[in-house]
Design a protein around this ligand. Structure first.
Ligand code: C2E
Ligand code: CA
Ligand code: CA
Length: 639
């Protein structure tokens, strides 16, 4: 019998080039990358043993029978091994976004052992193949060799289908193409056994996997030539799944935005590129990631190397960052950096939490929330866990339309009568109890669900106004808080038009409290206020004195009233001077109403009244109350 090995030879050369190239360049330290190398190696072994066995079979007279048997057996075993590795590779790749499930590996292993035993048993049974004086002969069970390829391909396809939804598009198309190629390869092998074509099909698959999944450039951030944040998440997920220990060093420039404005984007990009290179040189063998806004992450998997990096290299890097960077053409760029450390000894219960902890760490450093170097400890982890639980509770409550609204009375300073109220939302969770808005509003602003909160608060307020109309005599207005994110929302006016109409509520009763943070984009805010103003809404500036708002700027917006933040009210009572009275009187002069928040004592009531404040709000009168209690409160005050 003769076989044609010319395809195999070319295939072998190509594989060697690809593998050499792949191994020589940095790649992500994830299990699937290691399995990719293993897959290529098992293909090369299969190919080599195939060529050797074929050549020896063609010259069988020159070799003893047992040598021929052994060589052919080795080929069949590699053939099984390759299919098995392909299957393990597929499981790993397909399930990488979910929790590790070992059962899938065991199934493949059982099949692998079974097929290997069948090949070995040929020694006694001649089932797969036999060797005699005339050389190699296929046995009655030879078809099993092709069948096993299909068994593993079907198992692999099943895995792809099983995890279909969690897989990113490029990965899915890559691996599906590979399976299509291998199935055609299997068919060719069955039809044209003389050509040893299977190796060529495997080589094509490996090339496709490289192009679509394993090419490290897919995970690189172009300015810094470091790996990107998506790659980082992939690695953390992988390490968490396989219990790989790691040390993380975070380097976060906290004046990134300012630096970009001062030095310009081009120079900063040059510097980022230099820093990327510098960090890769310093932390050799580690993986360097870049996350937007000037944050680098360095990951080290080996404990000793990590200890050395933290105790010896990091101090040097910190020193280096105190000096300027060369921004090209001789310019000097100064970046302030915060350094942080974290390792997986923290034993964070889930991958999502682990990624969130790092995100928070970067956020804290990058936002300039922290001005000192730090090591991540349980406190940050617990904070993140609490946030996670609150997020869950919030989305559950929103889904069930279960967010509560409370009302805090607002008093006319001259008459002492309750004339209005501020709506304040409350999240009550069966497990976590009452969660104050200071905890969930910022989270909702970050996740976008603040829009939904706003809609539910508005709808509930309108319903309350309609249902309890007769009991709300004397209430002239209800204040609703709008967060800056809501003010940016282009659909804001639609919602605020539709909802009161549905309930038949006059929008003149609804006052919107807007904080000065919303003024960061004055044009958008002005256009929103104009539209809402036409619908009948009235506006108050909330938390005056807690930020940068000044009276000149306020004048350019159509506010009817100012709410003094309780901090500046309290500050005045701690150290009285003329600043607050002057501010109040100048607002009044401009025709604005002034509401003092945080009124807690009779003395405060007295003096704020003398100052000329229009309205008073605070615990002296009442805390925010559940709706029924608010009605009770109104009745009590009226009698
Ligand atoms: P804010 O708009 O400044 O609301 C006033 C906060 O001060 C309320 O806190 C209120 O309970 C508290 N407060 C009122 N009088 C006193 C007092 O005399 N002493 C003290 N110590 N505190 C007083 P709360 O309800 O925890 O709300 C916190 C913040 O959450 C609010 O600050 C507001 O910015 C935001 N928020 C609450 N509900 C909503 C909402 O439905 N939508 C939006 N966008 N933000 C909301
Ligand atoms: Ca408010
Ligand atoms: Ca306020």
């Amino acid at each position: 019998m003769t076989w044609n090995i010319s395809f195999s030879l070319v295939t072998g050369v190509l594989l060697c080039i690809l593998l050499g190239y792949y191994v020589a360049y940095p790649r992500l330290p994830v299990v699937s990358n290691r399995l990719f190398i293993l897959l290529a190696l098992s293909e090369m072994c299969t190919l080599a043993s195939d060529i050797i066995a074929t050549l020896m079979d063609m010259n069988h007279q020159s070799f003893p029978v047992w040598v021929l048997f052994l060589v052919n057996l080795i080929y069949f075993l590699f053939f099984t091994l390759r299919s098995f590795v392909l299957y393990v590779y597929t499981v790993t790749l397909a399930s990488q976004h979910t929790r590790l499930q070992r059962g899938y590996y065991y199934v493949g292993f059982a099949f692998g052992v079974l097929f290997a035993l069948l090949s070995i048993s040929s020694l006694f049974t001649g089932f797969i193949f036999t060797i005699d004086k005339e050389g190699y002969h296929s046995g009655p069970g030879y078809a099993v060799i092709n069948a096993q390829l299909f068994v593993f391909l079907i198992l692999g396809l099943w895995m792809i289908v099983r995890f279909w939804k969690s897989l990113p598009g490029t990965l899915l198309s890559g691996i599906l193409l590979v399976y299509a190629i291998l199935i055609s390869g299997g068919i060719f092998r069955t039809l044209l056994p003389d050509y040893l074509l299977m190796d060529t099909f495997f080589m094509m698959s490996i090339v496709i996997l490289y192009i679509t999944i394993h090419n490290a450039d897919l995970y690189r951030e172009s300015r810094t030539m470091s790996f990107d944040y998506q790659a980082f998440e992939l690695v953390v997920r992988d390490h968490h799944n396989y219990g790989v220990w790691y040390q993380l060093i975070g380097i976060m420039t906290n004046n990134y935005e300012e630096a970009r404005q001062i030095y310009g984007g081009v120079q900063i990009d040059v510097v980022l590129n230099r820093i990327g290179r510098y960090l890769r040189e310093q932390f050799r063998g580690a993986t360097v990631f870049y996350e937007r806004s000037g944050c680098f992450l360095i990951m080290i998997e080996e404990r000793q190397t990590a200890e050395k990096a933290v105790s010896m290299i990091l101090p040097e890097v910190i020193r280096r960052f105190r000096e300027p960077w060369d921004g090209g053409s001789g310019s000097r760029v100064f970046l302030n950096a915060v350094f942080s450390q974290m390792n997986s000894d923290l034993e964070i219960p889930s991958v999502d939490l682990e990624i969130e902890v790092v995100r928070r760490l970067l956020g804290k450093g990058g936002n300039g929330e922290l001005d000192h170097d730090f090591v991540v400890d349980r406190t940050l982890v617990d904070e993140v866990i609490r946030e996670f639980e609150i997020k869950k509770a919030l989305s559950y409550a929103l889904q069930k339309n279960d967010l509560q609204i409370f009302m805090q009375p607002i008093i006319d300073a001259r008459t002492g009568k309750v004339v209005g109220a501020e709506v304040l939302s409350r999240l009550i969770d069966p497990k976590l109890g009452l969660i104050p808005p200071v905890e969930f509003i910022p989270l909702a602003e970050r996740s976008g669900s603040i829009i939904e909160i706003g809609e539910q608060v508005l709808a509930k307020t309108c319903r309350f106004l309609v249902e309890r109309r007769s009991e709300l005599q004397g209430i002239d207005f209800i204040n609703i808080n709008l967060s800056p994110i809501q003010c940016m929302d282009p659909d804001l006016a639609d919602t605020f038009d539709l909802v009161p109409k549905t309930y038949g509520v006059d929008t003149k009763m609804l006052h919107l409290e807007i904080t000065e943070e919303s003024m960061v984009d004055p044009d958008v805010l002005k256009s929103r206020m104009e539209v809402l103003g036409k619908l009948g809404y009235v506006f108050s500036l909330d938390d005056y004195g807690s930020g940068y708002a000044n009276q000149f700027r306020i004048k350019t917006f159509p506010f009817s009233g100012i709410k003094l933040d309780m901090k500046i009210v309290w500050a005045h009572f701690r150290e009285p001077d003329s600043i607050l009275p002057n501010a109040v009187s100048s607002f009044l002069d401009c025709g604005l109403t002034v509401t003092a928040e945080g009124v807690e004592t009779g003395e405060m009531v007295q003096q704020l009244r003398e100052m000329g404040c229009t309205y008073l709000q605070g615990f002296y009168y009442s805390k925010p109350l559940p709706l029924d209690e608010f009605i009770e409160y109104l009745k009590k005050r009226a009698s």
